[in-house]
Design a protein. Sequence first.
Length: 251
Amino acid sequence: MAMAPLIAPAEFRLPSDEALRARFGHITTWVFDLDNTLYPPDSGIWPRIDERITLFLIELFGIDGLSARALHKHYYSRHGTTLRGLIEEHFDQTERFLEFVHDIDRSGLKPDPILAREVGRLPGRKLIFTNGSRNHAILTASQLGLDGLFEDAFDIVAAGLTPKPTEAAYDAFLERCQVNPHTAAMFEDVARNLAVPKAKGMTTTLVTTKAGRLDHREAHDRAISDAADVVDFVTDDLSEFLARLNSHLTD
């Protein structure tokens, strides 16, 4: 398993016990992204959502699949989320969009008792911060066996429809959830989404995909070439990382 302070973009080293205590010993709020962070990118959940987004655009604009797919990627690349692109360039379809794209089968997502145990052991508050919907976060966390572990799920609606990685989204999260960034840690699968948290004083951990496993995310979401300045730790096994961290926090 790769789990380390990020010294260079592709260099992963096992963090020392001292590094873990120094960067996490003061943490009282634990913030987790949802998609491709609390579950692995090869689980099949994200491709289902991705497909539903394309279907939504087909139905909304009456265009063919290839055109809808291209529009979907254009919105995501330019605006951070397809929903934001719709709002900026067309009209607000927030409720309808979120309900449609997250209406997916989660039955193939296996409960993760080890992750549930380790999240539960973390001292302090636990929150989900997602660019998806609150309902999607609740249903997905439940399918993973994480019921009752998180105080709340802060979603794209709560952020005023402004997605990560914009600073406004984090400001809304910090204010709404009353989080002090200097005593908070964030776990996220997209390196650029950790730039603002890092700048605000949060301890940041990038959750990557295990070598040889499928990764359905966009290429720019997988990139870590410019992550050295925004990521404190990297892990390809969140459960194991938290287990080791908990062992030091409870010493």
